[in-house]
Design a protein around this ligand. Structure first.
Ligand code: AMP
Length: 227
């Protein structure tokens, strides 16, 4: 089973992806995360992607597609993948169809986390990640118990280089001008599950699970961690 999450920066994609990974034994495939890793390891691809990433621009399709293909090929015992952050344009959606065909896979469910722009701005300016595993926290809406220390693994928190107010606005513009067209694209294909992302983390997760249970006819065997 392969699931795709579409949503603007700050819509809760990363948080919801982590919950679905655990519950459905899915392997994460977050393009931003894969890029951050390649940039930190200073691979050739990471070096080529860095100037785009740092400005909050879209990294060229062929670089991102290479990372996604590698990920699709290494499931490591998971039931499928959870795509988060790819595709971001119609061109990338078409590339994804080609990549999936190459590995004989398809996307079973596409979830759009709908959150108003002002709420996204508020959330992003308070967002912090933990150094060890990139668990997502928010000093306003989802704080850690001890300031600056991850509840899960005790590591220090940091703010992303592209989470400055100017870059946040630029990245949201890209989402609302370009990525938003994916909603119509997948709606026309009857594949879209529209979820109100402006609710608590638990409510959003429950709404996603309720949709997946009915659309994909999940059995308790599929709900790995819950069974
Ligand atoms: P994210 O962590 O999803 O917010 O992505 C962070 C940054 O990585 C974006 O601002 C882009 O520079 C780059 N990026 C992530 N996914 C893509 C993608 N599908 N296409 C192009 N660039 C991407």
């Amino acid at each position: 089973m392969n699931v795709m999450l579409i949503g603007a920066q700050g819509s809760g994609k990363g948080t919801q992806a982590q919950l679905l990974e655990e519950q459905l034994n899915l392997k994460p495939c977050a393009s931003g995360e894969l890029l951050r890793d390649a940039i930190a390891r200073e691979t050739a691809l990471g070096k080529a992607a860095k100037p785009y990433y740092d400005k909050g621009d879209l990294v060229p399709d062929e670089l991102v597609a290479r990372l996604i293909l590698e990920r699709l090929q290494e499931l490591d015992g998971a039931n499928g993948i959870i795509l988060d952050g790819f595709p971001r344009t119609i061109a990338q959606a078409k590339i994804l169809d080609e990549l999936l065909a190459q590995v004989g896979q398809r996307i079973n469910a596409i979830i759009y986390l709908d959150v108003p722009r002002q709420e996204l701005l508020d959330r992003l300016s308070g967002r912090y990640l933990c150094r060890a595993h990139n668990h997502v926290w928010n000093i306003k809406t989802h704080p850690t118990k001890v300031p600056n220390v991850c509840d899960y693994d005790g590591s220090e928190l940091y703010q992303r280089v592209d989470d400055t107010s100017e870059r946040i606005a630029h990245r949201l513009d890209i989402f609302f001008n370009e990525t938003i067209h994916l909603i119509e694209y997948y709606k026309e294909q009857n594949k879209l599950i529209h979820v109100d992302g402006n609710q608590s983390i638990e409510e959003v997760h429950e709404q996603i699970m309720a949709n997946l249970r009915s659309d994909l006819r999940l059995t308790s065997n599929d709900e790995y961690a819950a069974s």
